[in-house]
Design a protein around this ligand. Structure first.
Ligand SMILES: [Zn+2]
Length: 314
């Protein structure tokens, strides 16, 4: 285990702007393990506006040498296969599936009821096939449209399809308890209880950022839980600018380190990021903070390799 001295840590974190809460932990004489918590930049790429937005996003990633996972809807990919391949075919990026056409793989309180089992099969298989055909590399992960407040817990039939398709992980736990926002800092787990120990759940965290900006035009909704499990992660109003959004991201990043989480990843949508912040300033602020904190950037596929290996060795 690599530990750094308090002096090095203080020097590094003053530059990185870490909060006093984290420094407070040092006084217990435990030191801080550098780079244990991973950070994953991930994008639910799902509508026509995402292509132009991805051009800007990719530019920031290359500048920061920051890996990312792009969960892409098959139909969106099929509309512009050459453009997406040219843009995202880079060793920094993992391309995974966001289903074929963003239809519901189980009931979702906000996004509607599940489609039939036969249609779910198509969403899963065709979505994976589109990624593999366009990028000529295996697609190992699936993030279902909208996600659910309990992932695929209690859904063995859907997990059977996911296994049959050859997928290794899902990122489907994308809400807090009782379909609340934000999604809490939940850790990876596998679906052993449903009979699929080889399939891992790698959740997403924080807010679906489009909701923070009222980009779905839902207006005020019954979205937060009472009592709130994570009150400092509930802003008073919609975000007005990139700084507001970053300040909220910072709450989760700092908390992930403070509570020694294996990883942290936000639920981002290229179309919504570009509409709100065309210069991608929020990405720059967030990635700078990630670097300052010493978080370890990776993709969801790399997190899957890590958690499944660790599980085998224990
Ligand atoms: Zn989506």
């Amino acid at each position: 285990m690599h530990r750094i001295s308090r002096r090095e840590f203080v020097k590094g974190t003053i530059a990185g702007g870490i909060g006093a809460a984290v420094l407070g932990g040092l006084t217990k004489g435990q030191g801080v393990r550098k780079a244990k918590t991973r950070y994953i930049a991930a994008y639910d790429t799902e509508s026509p506006g995402c292509l132009a937005a991805c051009r800007k996003i990719v530019e920031v990633h290359k500048r920061f040498e920051m890996p990312a996972t792009f969960f892409v809807v098959g139909r969106v990919l099929d509309a512009n296969p050459a453009e997406y391949r040219k843009l995202l075919d880079d060793p920094l990026f993992e391309i995974a599936s966001h289903t074929y056409s963003h239809r519901m793989l189980r009931d979702n309180d906000f996004c509607g009821p599940a489609i039939s089992m036969e249609e779910r099969r198509k969403e899963i298989f065709k979505g994976k096939e589109a990624v593999e055909r366009v990028f000529k590399r295996p697609c190992v992960g699936l993030r279902p449209g909208c996600g659910f407040d309990n992932g695929f817990r209690g859904e063995p039939k859907v997990l059977a399809l996911i296994k049959e398709a050859g997928l290794q992980y899902v990122s489907s736990l994308l809400w807090g308890p009782d379909y609340s926002m934000p999604a809490l800092l939940r850790e990876p787990f596998n679906y052993k209880a449903e009979g699929y120990p080889e399939i891992w759940e790698l959740p997403g965290h924080g807010w679906h950022e489009n909701l923070l900006k009222d980009h779905n035009r839902w207006g005020p909704r019954r979205l937060t839980l009472w009592p709130p499990p994570f009150p400092e992660a509930i802003p008073e109003d919609f975000c007005k600018n990139a700084e507001d959004e970053f300040e909220l991201n910072r709450v989760f990043l700092d908390k992930a380190i403070e509570t020694d989480k294996p990883f942290v990843s936000f639920i981002w949508h290229p179309w919504s990021l570009a509409k709100f912040d065309p210069d991608m300033k929020m990405l720059e602020l967030t990635f700078s903070h990630v670097r300052g904190l010493g978080l370890k950037p990776c993709t969801y596929a790399q997190l899957y390799e890590f958690v499944s290996d660790t599980d085998k060795s224990t």
